[in-house]
Design a protein around this ligand. Structure first.
Ligand code: BGC
Length: 713
């Protein structure tokens, strides 16, 4: 049963720290299996006898009003005759501060725990220990914990209040936790970049999500404060303005002897931290713990160009930093939400980089949990805001419900995901289509547009038509996958109607309304115009910007692919390798170790952009990762598997990489030989590969069933 602390005084503060629920129990000899099922309204850690489960922030974030994850662990190896289990719970997403609204207690006040320990003996008998009123509940020395505001630990605390335990009323349906947990994925020893008797600024060399661990020695009662930030301000201190209301501060009150700080109930997005202490207090062994979803790496890219290598690293760091239970927009400020627009635009990059099968399966569950019966799809999930139009129906955001499942199918081949999503995807398309009839009326559809574009603004109706078209096309493809030809054809016809309308309303000659890079890229990718038709408009718009990009979140994902398809890979490579504003190279030249939220996060005059919305760790503009894998390396994934189809361009003479597709490792490499290209591909198991070298093959050599080299014009 769900249990909670009995709080006679109705004192909400008891839940601001961490409470430990514990139970001592005996087990007989010959335990064959010991299984723990555990969940929390809050976030939990489990220690069983001497073993600490290494997962962070379980049971993960769900819409706790509707569903909560149930985690399962095998504890057989740690079973003894006399056992003790301790489950420590803090607020986390359940009652800590959430989102840009930054309010706490969104789902409830009081944290709670559910546990069932099942012992199976060799003779087949079973014994079950469940959480109930006989469990203990005590305060811990974690006196405050919050994702945004940090963790406060009092090592000098002497009195730990004991609370009686009672049943927590109300049933919340369980869902089995079935994806990789958040874990420590790396440790970083930082460099001290400035120091005095009472403070030190540490540089971890890259922006990441996580915590720091250290030991400290000093006088009992003395306080150490740690502040976190992504950058340094002009005076060399940690820059915190862009964290908005997130305090991102840990506080440690020392006790007697050596105190070990290893927070488990918060995380920060940071590259720098400042430790403020008293002169005599000694800090020992301070290191950074990088936290992320523990996903297997499936992709790698390397080129003879340092900018490309740095960009690939930044994309991967941005992904790792923002994969904390769900795909989030940013890890540092008071937001950290599962924005669906960001998630859909980046999902194929992520699926190349890592095995995201289960991770997105979970996100898809969260998305469908919160879809509205009239078809609207929230712009972030788990959803907890007022269901106004701007939060529940937006082109490019709500379309996640057609994009992510289809991509998931292409990468992982699981039809059940398509089946699960189809009713929601169909409803969304119907809703979106009906909004078109009202001329994309603001009361039916909200326009974020080509969010955070650089300089050029793409007309909202262009974005809306293109996304409506893409979603109808995706829906038709989803119906083909499940074998429903009739519906597939129906939505193909609906798609053609929208294409017609787009051409009538937004195109004159070959010029698209607003004449921006994103407009051409989106119209081509929606299949509204051919490569030939967009070629001039798109190239002109790039040339006008002096071969720089102007796109925001939505257009960018399609920009370089559209240029390559239109036969202008030369321009795609120029944009890729730019080092002046706006470009990825500009970010790198300004010290970026992740992807920035906006192209002008640091302005050309060196100042920070307005801190009200300026994160240095947003993965969305890293969606170029898709192009790097699919076009630069040439490994393309669709419903029919893998096609090898590279696009070359100047500035890079050698590129190589790998991608593990459904358990098969594909390695590719190409070289510019001056008078042509050499392209080689190798797989570690037999895989049906299709090749498309734009009719430029001079010679093909096949070493064996899994290894090819092509000489190309
Ligand atoms: C978030 C984005 C998100 C956007 C929606 C921002 O605050 O950080 O990544 O997609 O809002 O407009």
């Amino acid at each position: 049963m769900w249990i909670k602390a009995v709080d006679n005084k109705n004192n909400k503060n008891i839940y601001k720290g961490a409470l430990v629920f514990s139970k001592e129990f005996k087990l007989g000899k010959n335990v064959k299996k010991l299984r723990l099922e555990v969940s929390a309204l809050g976030i939990l850690t489990v220690s069983f006898n001497d073993y600490d489960i290494p997962d962070y922030f379980m049971p993960g974030w769900t819409n706790y009003k509707k569903v909560v994850n149930l985690c399962e662990y095998d504890l057989t190896d740690y079973a003894k005759e006399n056992n003790i289990i301790r489950i420590t719970v803090a607020r986390g997403w359940y009652s800590g501060r959430l989102g840009y609204i930054a309010k706490d207690r969104v789902y409830g006040d009081d944290t709670a725990v559910y546990a069932e320990i099942e012992a199976t003996y060799k003779n087949g008998e079973k014994e079950v220990i469940t959480s109930d009123e006989t469990w203990r509940c005590d305060e811990t020395n974690v006196v405050f914990a919050d994702f945004f505001d940090g963790e406060r630990v009092d090592f000098n605390k002497r009195k730990f209040k004991n609370y009686a335990v009672e049943k927590k009323d109300g049933e919340i349906p369980f869902r089995k936790y079935s994806y990789e947990p958040v874990r420590e994925i790396e440790r970083i020893i930082p460099e001290i970049i400035s120091e005095s008797e009472v403070s030190a600024v540490y540089d971890f060399g890259k922006n990441f999500s996580g915590v720091i661990n250290f030991k400290a020695k000093g006088k009992a009662g003395e306080v150490i404060t740690v502040k976190y930030g992504e950058a340094l301000d002009l005076s060399g201190g940690v820059y915190t303005e862009n964290l908005r209301s997130a305090k991102a501060t840990d506080r440690i009150k020392l006790g007697k002897g050596l105190c070990e700080f290893a927070p488990k109930f918060t995380f920060h997005g940071f590259r720098f931290c400042e430790v403020i202490k008293t002169p005599k207090c000694e800090i020992i062994d301070l290191y950074g713990v990088v936290l992320s979803q523990n996903l297997a790496q499936t992709g790698m890219i390397e080129a003879d160009n340092q900018l490309v290598n740095a960009l690939f690293k930044n994309i991967s760091n941005g992904q790792a930093s923002n994969f904390i239970s769900i795909p989030t927009d940013c890890p540092q400020r008071d937001e950290r939400l599962g924005w669906s627009g960001d998630a859909q635009i980046f999902c194929d990059t992520a699926m190349y980089n890592s095995d995201c099968r289960k991770f997105y399966e979970n996100y898809i569950d969260l998305l469908t949990d919160d879809c509205f019966s009239d078809g609207r799809v929230p712009v972030f999930v788990p959803f907890f805001a007022k269901p106004r139009i701007e939060a529940t129906a937006a082109a490019g955001w709500s379309d996640a419900v057609t994009v992510i499942p289809l991509k998931h199918y292409c990468f992982y081949g699981d039809k059940s995901i398509i089946k699960k999503c189809l009713p929601f995807a169909e409803k969304w398309c119907e809703y979106f289509h009906s909004a078109e009839k009202g001329r994309f009326n603001k009361r039916k559809i909200f326009n974020y547009g080509d969010w955070l574009s650089a300089g050029e603004v793409t007309d909202f109706s262009v974005v809306n038509y293109c996304y409506l078209g893409m979603s109808l096309k995706n829906l038709s493809r989803m119906f083909i996958i499940v074998g429903n030809e009739e519906k597939a054809e129906f939505y193909e016809r609906e798609y053609l109607k929208i294409k017609d309308k787009f051409l009538k309303k937004c195109v004159s000659g070959e010029t698209i309304l607003s004449d921006t890079q994103s407009a051409y890229a989106l119209a081509f990718s929606a299949g509204f115009m051919t490569a030939e038709e967009i070629k001039d408009g798109l190239s002109d718009s790039v040339l006008r910007a002096d071969c720089h990009l102007t796109s925001g979140f939505l257009g960018l994902r399609y920009l370089l692919p559209a240029l390559c398809e239109a036969g202008r890979s030369d321009l795609a490579y120029k944009i890729l390798l730019q080092t002046t504003y706006p470009s990825w190279g500009y970010e790198i030249a300004n010290g970026a170790t992740t992807i920035w939220e906006r192209w002008n996060g640091i302005e050309e005059n060196g100042s920070f952009f307005n801190p009200s919305m300026n994160s240095f760790n947003h993965y969305s503009l890293g969606s170029v990762g898709f192009w790097l894998y699919a076009y630069m390396l040439g490994i393309r994934v669709d419903e029919d598997g893998i096609t090898i189809k590279p696009c070359f361009g100047s500035g890079i003479n050698n590129a190589k990489g790998r991608f593990v597709f459904r358990g098969v490792k594909i390695e590719v490499e190409w070289k510019n030989l001056g008078d042509g290209y050499e392209y080689s591909v190798k797989t570690d198991k037999t895989l049906d590969l299709k090749f498309d070298f734009h009719n430029k093959i001079v010679k093909k050599q096949q070493k064996n069933a899994n290894e090819y080299t092509f000489a190309l014009e």
